[in-house]
Every structure is written in C-alpha cells, then in structure tokens.
Design a protein around this ligand. Structure first.
Ligand SMILES: Nc1ncnc2c1ncn2[C@@H]1O[C@H](COP(=O)(O)OP(=O)(O)O)[C@@H](O)[C@H]1O
Ligand SMILES: [Mg+2]
Length: 507
C-alpha cells in the first residue's frame, strides 16, 4: 500500500500530544513535501532522511512523497520526526513490513549514517505513550530517562537498521528493563548529598551556616549580603547538599523539567536536587522560560531545588521583577500569541550581593569610599516587593584574616542534613508542606507565638516598620527555627532570631 501511518509525539509545554505521521507515495515527478506546521528542524528532516536511507542501503523512492504531520494546527519542532518519517517511507514502499507499525510510537533524530541521535523531552513523550498503551521506540541515549516511567514499555535502538531488523522479525529489540533502577537509585540519600561540595570546607561564618540550615529546613528563600571573597558563592553551592531528601514525585517533576530543557536529563541526577546559577547577563526568556514553542527557563529547571542568583543587583531589574509571581505561586505561565504553557517553578531562591558598589562597605579594612547616596542607589536596584519576598536576609561579613587560618573544620553536610530532615519531617506531619509555603490562614493556625514572643514581634513591627508580608515571613521562619529545636510552640527566642534575619528591612 502506498500509504503508511505511524505515531509520534510533539512537545507543547509540559505535554506531549500525539502526532500522526502519514506518509503517502504517489507517481509523478519526484518530490518530497512535509506538511502540518513543521518548523525549520522538521523541514530539514527531508535531507537527513534521504541520506540516512541511502546510507543504510535502502532505496529512496524517486516518486512524489508527501508527509503529513497531524493535527495540522500543532507546531512540530525538532528532529525527532526523522525516524517515523523514514520508517513511513520504507513501509509505504514495502521495503519493510507495516503490520506492526501501529503498536509503537516512534521518536528519534537520524544522523546521515542512519544512527539515532538523542531527543529532547523523552520523559513527557514516554508518559504519553504509556497512557495510550503503545510501546515506545527511541534512541538508546534516552532509554534510561524514559524508563523512569514505570508503566512504560521502552525499546531503545541505536540505528534505523536495527529497527528494520526488529520489524522484519529477524532480530527483535530488547525491552528496556530498569536494571538501571539501581543506577537510578544511586543518587539517593547520603550518596546524593556527598556529591555536592561539603559544608565542612567553609571556615567560620557560623551565622551564615545557621541561616542556611534554617533555609534548608523550611524551604526559605535567602539573601546574603557581604564583601567579595567572604564565601557567599561557596555557601550557596553547598545548600543543595543539606536539603531534605527528594520524594519520588518531586524527583519526577524535576526530571521532567530537565528533560524538556536543552541539556536534557541524566539518570545520574535522579533524586538529586537541581542547582541552577544563571549568570546575571541572562535574558528574561532564559530565566523564566519562553519561546514561540514555550520551553522552561532556569526557574523551572530549578524546580524542587536551588536557584542561585549571584550579584543580584547586576541582574536586569525587569527580569528580577518577573520572579515575584512564581515565588508566591510556585508556577509560571508563559503566554505567547499562539499558545500558552504552564511550568512548575517551586524553586528555592538564594541570592548574593555586595553591600555597595565597591563591595567593601563595613569591611574591617575600611577601604570603602562609597557615599550613602551611592549605597542607597546600589541597593535600590532591588525592588522592595522582591526583597519583601525573601524570607531570610543576612550579612556575611569578612572574617579577620587570622580567623580564617585558625578556624577548625566545621560540621559536615551529612550531620546538618540529618537535622534538616528531622525538622522537615515535622512540618510534613503537621501541615503537609514546608513552612515557607504556609498560606496566610495556616500561619494563624500553626505559627502562634507565646506571650513574650508576641510582645517582641509587636515591638519589632513598630520599630522596623515592617510590611504585612514581612510579618508573615518572620512567623514562618520562626516556625522553622522552632522545628529545628523540636519545640512545639514558638517562643520569644525563636521570634528574636527570625527578626534578626530581616537585615534589609533595617536600613
Ligand atoms: N569562609 C571561608 N572558608 C573557606 N574558604 C573561603 C571562605 N570564604 C572564602 N573562601 C575562599 O575564597 C574563595 C572565594 O569565595 P566566594 O564564595 O567566591 O566569595 P564571594 O562569593 O563571597 O565573593 C572561595 O573559593 C574559597 O576558596
Ligand atoms: Mg561570589
């Protein structure tokens, strides 16, 4: 029959809608047309498919080839349709049997030699295939990632020829079984934590480490202010290593986002909290996501992990303001003229900045010459509403030189992570979520300070002139401090410590 029908999938936001690839061969002048809203990479598919078929010693039919990618209104991008198109041509010209084609879904970019190349978004596509009850044939490089979907039947292949041998019944493809389950599990628990740099390498900075521990325990956002070279970047890189262990759902959500990103998901990172540190020259689209066919940005790639913004005032102000909404809602909606996509964006924000333009305000050397006006202007680059949304703001001062030399080794990440895990567990048992994500009505329920605590909070509000949002943040942080201390109630000392962490409200 001169017609072949195969199944594949497009990527639209987080979804992978079904695409039917229809290949028709007709008599007439030789030609090759792809219709159905193909983008540039799909149009180039023609040349790859032709070369791949010839190099695999198949006949490329000198006839009119029409490929229709349906539904027609769904944009199709990337080279992953190469494989179904090539197989469709072979089936429509009876070079391979077509009876079993409909049992599978196909995705893979072809090299000119006929080898298969890795694709983007394999995880989402595998979900789709599993739900439709079809098996999924995809490039070997993506197999481990795809097999994270437990109910899926995944057949990895390395080349077009291998697949043809499978369809001809000569050499069946092997069902990918999760012997990688073990590899996938390797990132769990202590081993996962060990692969991040260790907290014990940071000398001194006891207050900053304490703040980091609180931030980790309650998923609080954190801002570190201090002169250059005091270890702010160093501390931030060590936060993922002390975060609570990831649940299966969290790990899948993070993996799905990485899989949609340009660098893809590697199974070695399974259950490893993402750590993203985009440079301050990053564009808005790179940070929050976008594009005509929306892709996740850094804030979504950091989902369930850490987003570190170093040199915060250097970021474009407009870009920073966009962070406000996902910081509250944990999601980002990207609207483009044609379509809309929503990505999860529940990241933990960690930011670092210098106290002034030269960076040495308050340094023991006294070498800062910035005027108060310059300092104010520098800090003004970060808007009040954004600062308001940062739970913990601390100073990371420069330790005197001799201090740095004689400081003993601190606690290891494992020990700190143990305490964090216990405190986090308490939150889950009490309210089912981290303290940072407590809604205002839940704060009234779970974060009630005792009498001295109330008094202290009252004073702090009037002295520091705090906003309602800052007031709620203090209560959330105090709740985490109490959880770390295994205290059922919030006492005055917990409130006092939490108020200390509002550095930027005080000047
Ligand atoms: N408290 C510290 N303990 C150990 N090394 C430190 C400490 N602070 C700074 N350093 C050293 O100085 C380097 C620069 O630190 P970094 O974290 O980049 O500083 P910042 O981000 O505050 O400018 C680090 O790579 C580390 O070698
Ligand atoms: Mg730095």
């Amino acid at each position: 029959m001169p017609l072949a029908v195969l199944y594949s999938r497009a990527i639209a936001g987080m979804e992978a809608p079904l695409v039917t690839v229809e290949v028709h061969i007709a008599n007439g002048l030789p030609g090759f047309t792809i219709v159905g809203l193909p983008e540039a990479e799909v149009k180039e598919s023609k040349d790859r498919v032709r070369a791949a078929l010839q190099n695999a010693h198949f006949e490329f039919p000198p006839r009119r080839i029409t490929v229709n990618l349906a539904p027609a209104d769904l944009p199709k991008e990337s080279g992953r349709f190469d494989l179904p198109i090539a197989l469709g041509i072979l089936a429509a010209t009876s070079q391979i049997p077509s009876d079993k084609l409909g049992l599978y879904e196909w995705a893979g970019e072809l090299a000119l030699t006929g080898e298969l190349r890795a694709i983007r978004g394999a995880l989402a596509m595998t979900y789709g295939a599993a739900r439709s009850g079809r098996s999924f044939v995809l490039p070997q490089q993506n197999a481990a990632e795809a097999s994270l979907v437990r109910e899926a039947a995944v057949y990895p292949a390395t080349s077009l020829l291998q697949i043809c041998a499978h369809l001809a019944g000569r050499e069946p493809l092997q069902l990918y079984s999760l012997h990688s389950e073990k590899d996938a599990g390797a990132g769990e628990g202590e081993e996962g934590a060990r692969r991040y740099p260790g907290m014990e390498e940071v000398k001194g900075q006891a207050q900053a480490k304490r703040a980091l521990e609180i931030a980790a325990a309650g998923s609080h956002s954190l801002l570190m202010i201090g002169p250059p070279g005091t270890g702010k970047s160093m501390l931030a890189a060590r936060l993922p290593g002390i975060l609570p262990a990831m649940t299966e759902e969290e790990a899948l959500e993070s993996a799905a986002m990485q899989s949609l990103g340009s660098s893809g998901f590697s199974v070695a990172n399974w259950k490893r909290r993402p750590y993203r540190s985009p440079h301050h020259t990053a564009s808005g689209v790179a940070l929050v996501g976008g594009g005509s066919n929306p892709r996740p940005g850094e804030i979504s790639l950091a989902v369930n992990g850490v987003l570190f913004l170093d040199e915060l005032p250097e970021f474009d102000r407009k870009v920073l303001e966009v962070l406000r909404e996902p910081l509250e809602s944990g999601r980002i909606t990207i609207s483009r003229a044609a379509r809309q996509a929503e990505f999860p964006a529940r990241f933990q924000l960690v930011a670092a900045m210098n106290p002034c333009l030269c960076g040495y305000l308050g340094h023991y050397s006294g070498k800062c010459r910035c005027t108060p006006d310059q300092v104010a202007r520098y800090r003004g680059k970060i808007s009040g509403p954004l600062l308001d949304r940062i739970d913990i703001q601390i100073e990371v001062p420069a330790p005197p030189q001799e201090d740095l030399m004689r400081q003993a080794q601190g606690e290891s990440s494992e020990i700190i992570q143990g305490r964090v895990q216990t405190a986090y567990q308490r939150q889950l048992e009490r309210q089912g979520r981290a303290n940072a994500y407590l809604a205002v009505k839940d704060i009234d329920k779970y974060c009630i300070p005792d009498k001295p605590g109330k008094n202290l909070l009252g004073q702090a509000i009037s002295r520091l002139n705090l906003s309602a949002r800052a007031y709620h943040r203090i209560l959330r942080v105090a709740r985490t401090i109490a959880d770390l201390a295994a205290s059922p109630g919030i006492t005055g000392s917990h409130i006092a410590e939490a108020v200390q962490y509002r550095k930027m409200d005080r000047n």
